[in-house]
Design a protein around this ligand. Structure first.
Ligand SMILES: Cc1ncc(COP(=O)(O)O)c(C=O)c1O
Length: 379
């Protein structure tokens, strides 16, 4: 048993990955196989185990194909390729999310268009996307499980069916809690800070084997039988990352329980603060990787700063909105009614009031209480 790292107020998150002892049996298999990349036996075993685990968790009638990737970013990029996104395409992404979301279409030569987020769910909803496509040409939509909050898979499936606009769900942190729509493609991140962390990695959930074959090919330079048939990348997961992924699969139940336990401690500690500092209701439905709260009265930015000054690693994950990043400042922005806009109301409201508290599975009750006490003293 590895010693747990002490609570470190300077770190807003500490990854929970398998230790060297847990990796060793898988590393020995790599030594025996002398196979290090290109769809090796460990990658294949991980994809099969992951697929079975998700089907069991979702009580799904059939296990769906998963293709491993070198990162969550590649899962988004290759997912968009499968939806025929390229130069002249426009992809709708929420204005509050990680930069990977607009970069994935941009790096394919497409235009990323920023949509406002719904003030309740903190993200792009099918209603907002419908309002946007009624007035603007949009070739694909990328809804995002912001902070790991799962989306309504059926609602996005209906959106795709009724509008004909394809959907790629970015469920970076929402592994297991995000259901898979019948049609759409779903991307997950296995970055160290995500609940199913392996260091760097990603997976793409595909609705059928034919698309999974194309995705796999796209991770390997678009090649089949040594000839390139379609655009691609080198986005393959190596056997070493698959070794970590298999070891993480072995301890997934423990990983989830530890995160849920710390979340419960936080929810209990925050309860007396009432509306002054409220956790998002969807947080309870996640396997948390970030402890996001909304503060009353637009006190977010000042409170985060004051907490940091007291040595509490408060943060503003996914904030400010993307249009305040220099590289994205000129992107087209569209409000919740589908109208071209400047600053977006939903995104601005989040920017004013949402902050993250330090969160990791090694926090004890005392650490959580100290953090919440520091917050309470500022409100
Ligand atoms: C919402 C979201 N999408 C995509 C990514 C990119 O994933 P990765 O870091 O695995 O490339 C992240 C990473 O933090 C993310 O938070």
């Amino acid at each position: 048993m590895t010693a747990l790292p002490p609570f470190d107020r300077a770190r807003f998150a500490i990854p929970d990955l398998p230790d060297a002892d847990a990796l060793l049996p898988y590393l020995r298999r790599i030594d025996e196989n002398r196979w290090y990349s290109n769809f090796g036996p460990l990658v294949q075993e991980f994809e099969a185990r992951f697929s079975a685990a998700m089907a069991a968790a979702h009580r799904a009638a059939r296990a769906r194909p998963f293709v491993t990737m070198a990162s969550g970013y590649y899962a988004l990029s290759l997912g968009l390729r499968l939806l025929s996104v390229g130069p002249k395409s426009r992809v709708l992404v929420p204005a509050v999310t990680f930069p990977a979301c607009p970069l994935a279409p941009q790096n394919l030569g497409a235009e990323a268009v920023l949509a406002d987020v719904d003030p309740e769910s903190w993200t792009l909803t099918p209603a907002i996307a419908r309002a946007v496509i009624a007035r603007h040409k949009i070739d694909a939509v990328m809804p995002v499980c912001v902070y790991g909050f799962p989306l309504d898979a059926q609602a996005w499936d209906s959106f795709e069916k009724e509008t004909g606009v394809p959907v790629l769900i970015d469920a970076a942190a929402a592994i297991e809690v995000q259901r898979y729509p019948a049609r759409g493609i779903v991307a997950h991140s296995l970055h160290a800070l995500k609940p199913f962390g392996i260091g760097e990695g990603g997976v793409l959930a595909l609705p059928n084997e034919a698309l999974a074959r194309r995705a796999r090919q796209a991770t390997n330079f678009g090649m089949k039988d040594r000839r390139t048939f379609a655009g691609g990348e080198n986005a393959k997961m190596s056997e070493y990352h698959a070794a970590v992924a298999l070891a993480q699969m072995d301890r997934w139940e423990t990983v989830k329980r530890r995160r849920k336990d710390v979340l419960d401690l936080y929810l209990a500690a925050l309860a007396p603060l009432g509306a002054a500092a409220r956790a998002h209701p969807m947080l309870a439905q996640t396997i948390p990787s970030a402890m996001m709260i909304r503060l009353e009265g637009r006190k977010g930015q000042a409170t985060a700063k004051a907490l940091c000054a007291r040595g509490v690693a408060a943060h503003r994950l996914y904030l400010p909105p993307l249009y305040d990043h220099p590289h994205f400042a000129r992107l087209r922005r569209i409000d919740a009614r589908g109208k071209a806009a400047g600053r977006l109301d939903g995104a601005e409201s989040m920017n004013a009031s949402v902050i993250g508290l330090p969160f990791h599975p090694f926090m004890a009750e005392e650490d959580v209480q100290k953090t919440v006490d520091a917050l309470a003293s500022l409100l």
